[in-house]
Design a protein around this ligand. Structure first.
Ligand SMILES: [Zn+2]
Length: 286
């Protein structure tokens, strides 16, 4: 495999550059590309972007870039099948052992796993906590030509970046676009794992009349400082309410939606986001 970072996915690379500049790179990505080499080039491009010492990052020509592209940077590791049928657990263990050491040159390591559809079940399971909460700074990039062959538990822990022809947006992007987000806002959002988690707790606490909801409201307001994040959080809450409405908890769902619509109105009259979440939490106080 000859790496050539000029043969990257241009749109996808710009998306990643934006996330990098906003310091919002995800822990883990799933690059889906019928042409795996293009995705692989993009993964190396990202590692170069991170480490490049040139002016137009990544230039592909400085010492760091060259070392990465030639496969000689100790902090950029590539896992391949090496001609075998599958990617086994031993190969994932090597990554984990590597992560327990400190990085040699860079502050962040890059683990690139090619042909991720060939991960065995045990290898995929061993990978899960690396994808979720790595013990040290690392960006793990899974590359596959078929997202359907990736275990849902793996898929759900990654941010999916679609390279395939026609640039069909991935599910998350498509859903956000359909809900009035533009590409810039989606890029600004970056990895929403923490926001998703905190939003779900908050929702549950409200339904349980748990007084912790007020504490969570404060935490969430700190977490969702940007407009895009705030829009996203409100959308998330509405979706959960909608789900309750459709799945038996009709009363709770309807009540939550009513309050959320009220919050929308208050938002138009410029009530601060902090106060909005407080308002919401207080509606569920016993
Ligand atoms: Zn460079």
């Amino acid at each position: 495999m000859k790496i050539d970072i000029s043969q990257r996915g241009v749109k996808q690379a710009e998306f990643l550059r934006h996330a990098f500049e906003q310091k919002k790179l995800a822990h883990s990505y799933l690059f889906v590309d019928a042409n795996e080499l293009q995705a692989l080039n993009t993964a190396y491009w990202l590692a170069c972007l991170f480490n490049c010492t040139g002016e137009n990052k990544p230039d592909g020509s400085c010492q760091n870039c060259q070392q990465i592209i030639s496969g000689n940077n100790p902090d950029v590791l590539l896992v391949t099948t090496e001609g075998k049928q599958s990617l086994g657990i031993d190969q994932i263990r090597v990554l984990k052992e590597e992560l327990a050491k400190s990085p040699v040159q860079s502050s962040v390591r890059f683990f690139i796993i090619n042909d991720a559809q060939k991960l065995t079940l045990s290898a995929a399971n061993a990978l899960l906590n690396l994808l979720e909460e790595p013990i040290a700074p690392v960006v793990t990039i899974l590359i596959t030509n078929n997202a359907d062959q990736i275990l849902p538990t793996v898929r759900s822990r990654t941010q999916i970046i679609n390279f395939s022809a026609g640039q069909k947006a991935d599910g998350r992007t498509a859903a956000l676009l359909a809900n009035g987000f533009n590409q810039e806002e989606i890029a600004e959002l970056g990895d929403t794992t923490n926001l998703d988690k905190a939003g779900k707790y908050f929702y549950q606490e409200m339904l349980e009349y748990n007084s912790l909801a007020l504490v969570s409201a404060h935490k969430l307001a700190d977490l969702a400082k940007g407009k895009a994040e705030q829009n996203y959080l409100l959308l998330l809450l509405k979706k959960m309410a909608q789900q309750d409405l459709n799945n038996g908890s009709q009363q709770a769902g309807a009540r939550m939606l009513k309050h959320l619509l009220e919050v929308d109105k208050m938002r138009y009259s410029n009530v601060g986001f902090h106060n909005l979440l407080d308002y919401l939490a207080l509606q569920w106080k016993r």
